[in-house]
Design a protein around this ligand. Structure first.
Ligand code: ADP
Length: 198
């Protein structure tokens, strides 16, 4: 970072683009590997009893920063959920969280808002990720968790993605015997929710 100060603004811009492209490639390679492992039934899940808030705190913080960088307000409400222990694969649940949060940021314009909250209901821990973004076309909504399905709007073409993230998220949640679903209204926003048995 001290070397970054020696660059002029064009060079900094270029460097930022390289960093972004590299990150997109990393996510793509990871998604392809995960999807392929799911198909083969060889994806490994390592369950352990963990504190849910503590487990997801770093991911929430990282995406809070990314949201704020894009001038998106970010609210996290975990009231009433101190010390909730749950049997999960910590790495995999953070992958699901990362996917939902990165989508919320990707598909929400600057000035929008993301809200994350957690409910406990009927022995299920339910995490909600809501955004005030572009929403999902009703035509693709029912297949949005299928692999390679992407929004069809012309706007989406400029937003990079493989259409694998939600497929992987659904697979991971089902391995935990939970469910994942979405409510969305075009032009208004989307709320993705997933449940995990307590
Ligand atoms: P990707 O984002 O790589 O295309 P995903 O599987 O993560 O793939 O998502 C599939 C599609 O669902 C996206 O292409 C996008 O059209 C839509 N989508 C996902 N999350 C959101 C969201 N929060 N708001 C609007 N559309 C979304």
């Amino acid at each position: 970072n001290e070397n970054k100060d020696k660059l002029d603004s064009d060079q900094k811009h270029l460097l930022d683009q390289v960093v972004t492209t590299t990150e997109q490639l990393r996510v793509l390679v990871e998604d392809l590997l995960n999807a392929s492992k799911i198909e083969k039934g060889v994806i490994n899940v390592n369950f352990e009893v963990a504190d849910y808030i503590y487990t997801t705190a770093d991911t929430i913080d990282l995406f809070r920063q990314k949201a704020n960088q894009k001038n998106i307000e970010f609210e996290f409400d975990n009231t009433g959920l101190a010390n909730t222990k749950i049997r999960i694969d910590k790495v995999r649940i953070n992958e699901v969280m990362s996917n939902l949060l990165s989508n919320a940021i990707k598909y929400t314009d600057s000035g929008g808002k993301i809200k994350v909250w957690i409910d406990v209901k009927d022995n299920q821990l339910i995490t909600h990720v809501a955004d005030t973004g572009k929403g999902i076309n009703p035509q693709v909504l029912s297949s949005i968790f299928h692999k390679f399905v992407r929004g069809v709007g012309p706007l989406d073409q400029s937003i990079k993605g493989s259409g694998l993230g939600l497929y992987i998220a659904k697979s991971i949640i089902e391995m935990h015997h939970g469910q994942i679903w979405v409510q969305s209204e075009l032009g208004k926003g989307s709320t993705f929710s997933f449940s995990l048995p307590l």
